[in-house]
Design a binder for this molecule. Sequence first.
Ligand code: SAH
Ligand code: SF4
Ligand code: F3S
Length: 443
Amino acid sequence: MLFSMPGVWIKNFGCQTNVYDAERISALLRKEGYHTVTTPAAAQLIVLNTCHIREKATEKLFSDLGRLRALKTGPLPPKIFVTGCVAQALGKEIWQRAPWVDGIVGPQATHRLPDLLRASSQPVLCLEKTLPEKFQEPILSDSPTKVTALLVIQEGCDNGCTYCVVPSTRGRSFSRPVASVLEEARTLLQQGVREITLVGQNVNAYCAQDETGALCDFGSLLFLVAALPGIKRLRYTTSHPQDITDTLLRAHATLPSLMPAVHLPVQSGSDAILRAMKRPYTRTLYLEALEKLRAARSDIAFSSDFIVGFPGETEEDFQATLALVEEVSYAQAYAFKYSIRPGTPAASLPEQVPDPVKKQRLASLLALLETQQQAFYRQHLGQVVDVLFEKRGRHLGEITGRTPHFLPVVVQGSTDLIGSCCSVRLTKGLSHSLQGEIAESSL
Ligand code: SAH
Ligand code: SF4
Ligand code: F3S
């Protein structure tokens, strides 16, 4: 049977929204009779689900397309479809550099893939933004043992940070109706998922109608999802410092299943740069947002994103970022060199920072962040924490899971524990994970 089914190879780039989209694409294609293959050479259909956030991300698509070109001259050439944010941003331009591409489909038209694949004339271009339809059906996981799942509740962004392509690739902010979010969450929990991460470019901007027609904000949605039977853990990403509402704070203060790890990107510690980036807060307001969250739940650990070398960033501005990092002490963070994105306001700013300066700043910021991350890991040694086990470990007899703060933990234990939470004594720090011993299991 398997032999007559066409094979699809999907490669994903980019953020959690894209990971979720790739799962949706895979589920849609399974319904169409495709099975997933692990190499492009074995595929009749190749889907590259792309990211446009930095130049490097976009260039990865073109180097992959260069490598895949050879398959097109083979005896059974696969179809190659480019989906996601590069598709939306560059559209037809992709064909100028890679005319062997068969389809270009924007991130909000991926539900149209089955129709487009059936279309008699190809190549096809579909950049429609038909958002509610994209989420019409809940996705069915292909893995019966999946413990954690992503659930996109919001997509697009109205903020218009001057460096960012997301508002143009994903469009205006759209929030899925409450009923559709809850239906998908219930489906996931029935399939055995125990931890749900609510995902969006700006999750706390969420605002949609509930079943009674009333408006539900992000904090209220957290209460609804946390009340679903079977849920052990709830997380969300990415949140924006400007939307820390009272309901969100109440959710952190009162919901034990809402995990104490918050990703709250600051981008820069300098008010002048924040203004130029059009981030709608100051360093002080950001620190206040963290304080409010800490007051709601004292053990919250923070993570962040940073951009170094934004146009006009002086040495003092950069030092202000380092000082902010020292002040906050992050559990984890990502830092990027500013990348000029065509069509964004910051691209035409005159004072672009030379690359060697960006490189140097990135290296010193990363070094500081790494020290903080290691210190955060070390603080946990000797403690007994709750670990939700997710899967087998790399070595025989090992299982792995995460702490409430999202730190990966490896223990010796039975695979029967996968999907349950256990008390684990953390005994040893590895380079980017912890080792522990099961202290008590509470199936
Ligand atoms: N919506 C989220 C971030 C989405 S993009 C937020 O506002 O926090 C993920 C990260 O990529 C951003 O936080 C930012 O740090 C980085 N990023 C976005 N555009 C960039 C650019 N032009 N150059 C370098 N990094 C960028
Ligand atoms: Fe981009 Fe800013 Fe929107 Fe985040 S908030 S997606 S950085 S425009
Ligand atoms: Fe990249 Fe698009 Fe996500 S540009 S970061 S895949 S929203």
